[in-house]
Ligand binder design. Structure first.
Ligand SMILES: O=c1ccn([C@@H]2O[C@H](COP(=O)(O)OP(=O)(O)O[C@H]3O[C@H](CO)[C@@H](O)[C@H](O)[C@H]3O)[C@@H](O)[C@H]2O)c(=O)[nH]1
Ligand SMILES: [Mn+2]
Length: 517
């Protein structure tokens, strides 16, 4: 235990520390005073109602009762907020660089017109530049839009990665202004080619440079539509085979568009993520998974090492399902009059939940322990019952581009694969709510997993927020419907969770799930 700046900081290891928020005690006093005031108000209402019942007085009583309920259930967020710090510089004392765990990164995109492929390329490139051994990174781009333009953009992105270098130390950066200018030109050329394809709406022969690429686009020629098409798995970069100009191996980069058929429900993003879990299990099976929205790029290459400061913690690490970085946005002006920063859910409440051992999973920016997809920490028995899973014997993972691996990947990305299985019910991302992230994180924590909130000063990831009123309303409506779907399901936190975790956690999750009302 350390004492820093007069406030208590408990230290699990030299990798991370946390501090209980200094205003916790005064806050609790305020809570008691507030509670007394609410009770007095309700008592006053009751006295009045006993004397004479009327519709207005009953409605006022009911309204105050609802407000009181919402106030009480929101108090767990204030009970014990904590702030954490990580020390990635100490990581090398715990683990050698060569022994760092492999990392599978999932990037989801769904519509090339709403989420421009160049934006997806930028996100992919930001991940390729992680300060992490590149042969341990595999990037999977899931394209629910089934767009040849997105695949084309990924190919262009990979060409750019090969012609430049991602291993830019301070030294190299300062000495190579010329290199930087060259990179800039290459980037502009790539952007122009991708934008030309976007303008045309398809990839014409003159844009294709190799025979291998031509083969990849053949699938789009036979009655391929966004809602009805076969699986497309394309290995674009293969680690240890593809190198950049400095001779460094590049990470794996895989494009995936799962099978879509009109007869089968695709379960939105949760469905896409479950396919990614299975395909990546076949191809690389990294123990740690990072999930990103395509509009959320990495702003700090240290992010994986920061997450490992928790996931490799000798005492707490094995209990953690995910380390969640907050959603932060670029381009918000300092006064943020429209509250685009969403500080309450993404920072204030997150710190409050973290103090209770749980954290909201917010869809983008979590480093997840792969085991958490397969059941609780003590109920991991189901994993091997799925063919192809953890059955290392039949796969030679040295080549993710082998026929056997690709065939198996296509099989688990098919529409029929999930029928009759536990996927979406007790495994992987859970179906049944439009906010699959909130629902899945909550269910994982019900199973006994913990969540950790990691919010370093430099934002680890930065994204875009909706810029038009229409988009904002659609987003808020979708979030609200998704939360209510959880609140009014058999998993309602006020009833389902109570047997499984603490009352404060249930109240906090319960508050979130009925908040839109
Ligand atoms: O059928 C779908 C629908 C969406 N997506 C992807 O999911 C992500 C999020 O979708 P978006 O439409 O951008 O929703 P937002 O409301 O901006 O996303 C927030 O809310 C979602 C639902 O809670 C979370 O999944 C996200 O991570 C979180 O950033 C994007 O990358 C999409 O490409 C798919 O892959 N398939
Ligand atoms: Mn989004």
């Amino acid at each position: 235990m350390m004492n820093v700046g007069g406030h208590e900081r408990k230290s699990f290891s030299d990798l991370n520390t946390f501090q209980v928020h200094p205003r916790t005690k005064p806050n609790r006093v305020l809570m008691v005073i507030y509670m007394c005031a609410i009770l007095a108000l309700l008592y006053h209402h009751l006295l009045y109602l006993i004397r004479s019942i009327s519709l207005p007085s009953l409605s006022l009583f009911f309204a105050d009762l609802v407000f009181a309920f919402m106030w009480v259930t929101s108090q767990p967020f204030r009970w014990r907020p904590i702030r954490r710090k990580v020390y990635p510089e100490n990581l090398s004392r715990t683990v050698d660089d060569k022994d760092l765990p492999p990392l599978d990164v999932f990037i989801c995109t769904a519509d090339p017109y709403k989420e421009p492929p160049m934006e997806v390329v930028n996100t992919v490139l930001s991940v390729l530049a992680f300060d992490y051994p590149s042969d341990k990174i595999s990037v999977y781009v899931s394209d629910d839009g089934g767009s040849q333009m997105t695949l084309f953009a990924m190919m262009e992105g990979s060409r750019f990665a090969k012609r430049t270098t991602t291993t830019a130390t301070d030294d190299q950066l300062s000495c190579s202004q010329q290199e930087f200018q060259k990179m800039k030109i290459l980037y502009e050329q790539m952007k122009a080619r991708v934008e030309l394809v976007m303008e045309r709406g398809y990839v014409e022969d003159d844009m294709i440079t190799t025979e291998k690429e031509r083969e990849a686009f053949i699938k789009w020629k036979r009655g391929f539509s966004r809602q009805d098409h076969p699986v497309v798995v394309q290995v674009i970069l293969e680690s240890n085979k593809d190198i950049d100009i400095s001779g460094e191996s590049l990470p794996n980069l895989i494009y995936l568009s799962r099978e879509k058929r009109k007869k089968f429900h695709h379960n939105f993003k949760a469905g896409a993520l479950n396919v990614l879990i299975r395909v990546s299990a076949i191809m690389t099976n990294a123990p740690i998974v990072l999930s990103l929205d395509c509009d959320m790029f990495c702003n700090d290459p240290q992010a994986p090492r920061q997450a490992l400061c928790h996931l490799l913690d000798p005492i707490e690490g094995s209990k953690i399902a995910f380390v969640q970085f907050p959603q932060r946005y670029r381009g918000i002006n300092s006064s943020d009059i429209y509250n685009n920063e969403l500080k309450r859910p993404f920072k204030i409440n997150a710190e409050g939940l973290d103090g209770l051992g749980v954290v909201n999973y917010v869809g983008t920016g979590p480093f997840i322990n792969r085991k958490a997809f397969y059941g609780g920490p003590l109920t991991q028995t189901n994993v091997n019952t799925f063919p192809g899973f953890n059955n290392d014997k039949i796969f030679d993972r040295n080549s993710i581009n082998s026929r056997l691996v690709l065939e198996e990947a296509e099989r688990v990305a098919g529409c029929k694969y999930e029928q009759g299985t536990n996927w979406g019910l007790a495994m992987g991302f859970r179906y049944g709510s439009l906010v699959e992230d909130f629902f899945t994180g909550y269910r994982m924590q019900c199973e006994g997993w913990q969540g950790v909130f990691c919010d370093p000063q430099t934002p680890a990831f930065l994204g875009d927020f909706p810029i038009s009123l229409n988009d904002t309303l659609i987003q808020v409506k979708r979030w609200s419907v998704g939360l209510i779907e959880v609140g009014f399901s058999k998993y309602c936190p006020f009833t389902f969770g109570t047997r499984r975790h603490s009352l404060l956690m249930d109240m906090a999750y319960g508050f979130d799930s009925v908040w839109p009302l």
